[in-house]
Design a protein around this ligand. Structure first.
Ligand SMILES: *[C@@H]1O[C@H](CO)[C@@H](O)[C@H](O)[C@H]1NC(C)=O
Ligand SMILES: *[C@@H]1O[C@H](CO)[C@@H](O)[C@H](O)[C@H]1NC(C)=O
Ligand SMILES: *[C@@H]1O[C@H](CO)[C@@H](O)[C@H](O)[C@H]1NC(C)=O
Ligand SMILES: *[C@@H]1O[C@H](CO)[C@@H](O)[C@H](O)[C@H]1NC(C)=O
Length: 347
């Protein structure tokens, strides 16, 4: 009798899992096939030529009466080099990287010295236990952004404690904290293990949210699936508010990227992408980390996203700042994002 109950219980669980997986696949298929689909467009051209019309600054505008007035930087930076090959010297230390880029100001801030930057971009990197990756990312990202003549700052949002990783909460926290420091025009959400290899992939925002990591080496330099929205994405603060920020309830490695892509679709925006030639990234190799387990409920969450996106997002206060440190190559904002039981769950 007891045995029968256990067996039928297990059966129900299996049936449920299969059904939710099928519902998820069916849903994705529909998005993929319907003519009014996700709105993903892969542009054949680079962003710098087609997507960005600068409406914020006019030539010769005075920043401050005391400062020398610099000419506006050119539309296309003359410093761009196109594709590069990466190397990962094992002896490289963070101190070496720091010595290499003395022009970066405290907190990982930089702006061109000889012209007034047209674009102001905050880079937000969710992080825990990936110092090794972070070092290489900083080594390549600083010169990459400098060749693009951007005014930028790099924020590392570090999750405190040992509880399961929650990338989306860290990104929400990063937005709020970065915008307190400056009214950034553009927010770039950047996985710590992805290094851009072509500086024509300009880190500026467009009239729609942007998916920059179109061609990752791990996926054979093409999209793993049509609606992929992971790795490196960008939103203006207004676009970010329109999708109600990111979902707070994805714990561990899962589908929060897909949920975010879904929000863009539900908010009736499109996705801009650089060409596969330009949107190239090398992923630093690693296994799945401890405390960042594969989220087994992910397809169920994703279907729920349809109902939850307006409720679950930036309108909830899901973090507290533990420390804020301006280091030579980045700002380290350490936050407590709690657990599903709250920010201060009973022990
Ligand atoms: C900019 O500054 C110069 C000199 O300080 C001044 O003559 C000019 O009127 C200012 N322009 C604007 C747009 O404020
Ligand atoms: C990168 O490596 C490839 C293959 O080894 C080579 O064909 C290419 O010229 C290299 N590119 C640069 C910029 O060094
Ligand atoms: C996290 O785990 C490490 C080692 O497993 C332990 O030393 C540390 O006290 C833990 N920290 C917290 C906040 O639980
Ligand atoms: C950020 O600061 C926290 C708290 O001081 C520290 O534990 C962590 O290692 C730092 N992370 C990075 C990437 O600097």
């Amino acid at each position: 009798m007891v045995k029968l109950k256990v067996v039928s219980g297990l059966l129900a669980v299996v049936v449920y899992m299969v059904l939710s997986e099928l519902a998820f696949l069916d849903y994705i298929q529909k998005m993929f096939h319907s003519p009014k689909n996700y709105g993903v467009e892969i542009s054949r051209q680079n962003y710098m030529y087609e997507h960005y019309v600068d409406t914020h600054l006019t030539k010769g505008q005075n920043k401050s009466q005391n400062k020398e007035v610099l000419p506006l930087c050119p539309n296309t930076s003359p410093l761009l080099r196109g594709p590069i090959n990466l190397t990962f010297p094992s002896e490289l230390t963070l101190a070496n990287v720091q010595q290499k880029y003395p022009q970066v100001e405290l907190g990982g801030r930089y702006r061109p010295l000889d012209c007034e930057a047209r674009h102001h971009t905050a880079i937000i990197i969710p992080h825990r236990d990936r110092e090794h990756h972070l070092k290489f990312l900083l080594y390549y990202l600083h010169p990459f952004l400098q060749r693009q003549q951007l005014d930028y700052s790099i924020y590392v949002i570090h999750q405190a404690g040992n509880y399961t990783f929650n990338k989306a909460r860290l990104m929400n926290a990063g937005v709020r904290e970065a915008l307190q420091e400056k009214e950034w025009e553009c927010l770039f959400f950047h996985d710590v293990d992805l290094i851009p290899t072509d500086d024509r992939n300009i880190y500026v925002c467009g009239s729609h949210p942007k998916h920059a990591a179109t061609a990752i080496n791990k996926f054979g330099f093409k999209l793993p699936y049509d609606t992929y929205f992971g790795g490196v994405t960008a939103f203006t603060p207004d676009q970010y508010r329109t999708i109600n920020g990111f979902p707070n309830n994805y714990w561990g490695w899962g589908c929060e990227d897909d949920d975010i892509g879904l929000r863009v679709y539900l908010a009736k925006m499109r996705v801009l992408r650089p060409s596969l030639e330009v949107g190239r990234y090398d992923m630093i190799k690693h296994g799945h980390d401890k405390g960042n387990t594969v989220n087994r409920l992910r397809s169920k969450y994703l279907v729920n996203a349809l109902e939850n996106w307006k409720r679950d997002g930036l309108n909830e206060d899901m973090y507290e700042v533990i420390s804020w440190e301006r280091l030579p190559l980045y700002t380290n904002i350490t936050v407590n994002v709690g657990t599903p039981a709250g920010l201060h769950p009973p022990p």
